[in-house]
Design a protein around this ligand. Structure first.
Ligand code: TYD
Ligand code: MG
Length: 469
């Protein structure tokens, strides 16, 4: 009798969708060529028999009767990292740090662990990517001094569990989740089955032992490496480390956080001695701004809990193509089209034969509608070739009828503007914010896009208002 072939399935390496035969495109997440054949394990390690246990511990209880636990937070001593975590590392939590290869994840991890170790705490950094010699070379560059930061090169999960038993560290970092494998599974390291199983076991471990675990995960556009999306569901906190490799600053963005606000943003600068914190990102993002250049506007955006001033640049130029180009970096392309349509319809400005490029300096992504008025001002400024006064801060949401709406946390935005030497602010009328009265800025409150553009481009004001509605 021939042995039975092990059962295999085709699994989407992006989202985990399973199918019996190979597909070119995943029907679930729409990724292309993402299916790999994986051998199924006879039985996953974590299946439990259904039903309540003898003590009836799975019995539902009234929510109000549960005793409240206060999660213990430990600050890492790195302000920008703590900010991204929502004010410190929660014990027993699993933090995923995702990012493109080479962006600086391993560097960040070593530096954070170095700060966490000390005061009797030990950390274990397990690398499946680099040799001990490479780690040492990096540690020397970073000036790591902590004697209680242990490193190991290992990729087998069972061996890592043994290391944990013998070393009993207070913190664990695994670089990277895609190199780990559980020996009990036949699937290859990096496949979605392995990523799911190893991550599941690590999450269980963190909850059982209260050790915080950092997982590093690569994200590649080709979808060659498994599971960042799937991992996001399993862990407590997801941080993305981003940045333009040709620039030195790096952004640590909180995408998900069970223990704090998401949308937080930590800012770092990559130097030859590692990452340093940027405590005043607004100043950094505005440092290369050319004042009084047409198409340049500074908007005040709220990233998580703090205001950040960023420069929005627009370039509007006659097109030589049949179909004009619309290119947006850092701004949603759909939102840009909407704002252009508002300008065309409400202000009679003609963008139909113009290429439009919009860029947010510093790699920041503006997701708030508060940036609308700034984008409108930048577009008009470039179209008319007239600069917006360099000392003016602009923010407000723009509606489809061309009205300018109020946004949240106005006082916080204005305060940041005053700190960086801005003199005026163009904002929505009707802000009922007590902080407004105390603001050091001269406030220009407007109710519509028309009014805003008339204030900004005084000479062209007549031309703007004279055009058809
Ligand atoms: P790394 O942490 O290895 O990235 P990842 O783990 O995300 O793949 O960082 C690699 C890059 O960082 C590399 O291009 C060199 C740069 N770097 C510095 O500029 N300064 C430093 O002190 C270090 C350690 C790295
Ligand atoms: Mg690395």
């Amino acid at each position: 009798m021939t042995p039975k072939n092990p059962r295999t399935l085709f699994v989407c390496q992006n989202c985990g969708f399973q199918t019996g035969k190979w597909l070119g495109k995943c029907p679930d997440c729409e990724a292309w060529s993402s299916f790999l054949e994986e051998v199924l394990a006879p039985e996953p390690a974590y299946t439990r028999a259904p039903g309540l246990d003898a003590a009836g511990r799975n019995k539902p209880a009234p929510l109000i009767s549960l005793s409240s636990v206060h999660e213990e937070r430990r600050p890492c001593g790195c302000l920008e990292f703590d900010r991204a975590l929502g004010g410190g590392l929660v014990l027993g939590s699993v933090v995923l740090i995702g990012g493109d290869p080479g962006i600086g994840k391993s560097t960040l991890m070593l530096q954070v662990l170095d700060r966490l170790c000390g005061n009797g705490y030990t950390g274990l950094y397990v690398s499946g990517e680099e040799s001990a010699a490479q780690l040492k070379l990096r540690a020397d560059r970073l000036g790591i001094t902590s004697p209680t930061l242990l490193v190991a090169t290992e990729t087998c999960l069972e061996n890592i569990f043994k290391l944990l038993e013998s070393e009993k560290p207070h913190y664990l970092a695994l670089d990277s989740i895609q190199t780990l494998y559980a020996a009990s599974l036949p699937a290859a390291p990096g496949s979605i089955t392995q990523v799911r199983e190893t991550a599941f076991q690590l999450v269980q471990l963190a909850k059982r032992t209260n050790i915080p675990i950092f997982l590093i995960g690569h994200v590649t556009k080709e979808g060659a490496i498994a599971g960042p999306k799937l991992l996001e569901h399993m862990v407590d906190t997801v941080l993305y480390f981003e940045g333009d490799r040709s620039h030195t600053y790096r952004l640590l963005r909180t995408v998900k956080n069970r223990f704090g606000p998401s949308q937080e943003l930590g800012v770092f600068e990559m130097r030859d001695t590692g990452l340093t914190e940027v405590t005043n990102p607004s100043a950094l993002f505005l440092s290369e701004r050319s004042l009084e250049a047409p198409g340049s506007v500074v908007v005040a955006s709220i990233e998580g809990s703090r205001p950040i001033l960023v420069e929005v640049q627009a370039l509007v130029t006659p097109t030589s193509l049949g179909m004009p180009r619309r290119q947006a970096t850092g701004v949603d392309a759909g939102r840009l089209s909407l704002l252009v349509a508002v300008l065309e319809k409400r202000m009679g400005l003609a963008f139909g034969n113009q290429d439009i490029f919009v860029n947010v300096a510093g790699g920041v992504r503006l997701t708030e509608p508060a940036a609308d008025l700034g984008i409108i001002a930048a577009l008009t400024s470039s179209l008319l070739d007239q600069p917006v006064p360099g000392d003016t801060l602009i923010f407000g949401e723009v509606g489809l009828t061309g009205e300018v709406r109020t946004v949240s946390q106005t006082a916080l935005r204005l305060k940041e503007g005053a700190k960086l030497g801005f003199q005026r602010a163009l904002i929505a009328r009707g802000q009922k914010d007590s902080g407004l009265k105390m603001s050091e800025l001269q406030i220009d409150a407007v109710g519509s896009v028309r009014e805003a553009l008339q204030r900004l481009f005084s000479k062209e004001g007549k031309q703007i208002s004279g055009k058809k509605q």
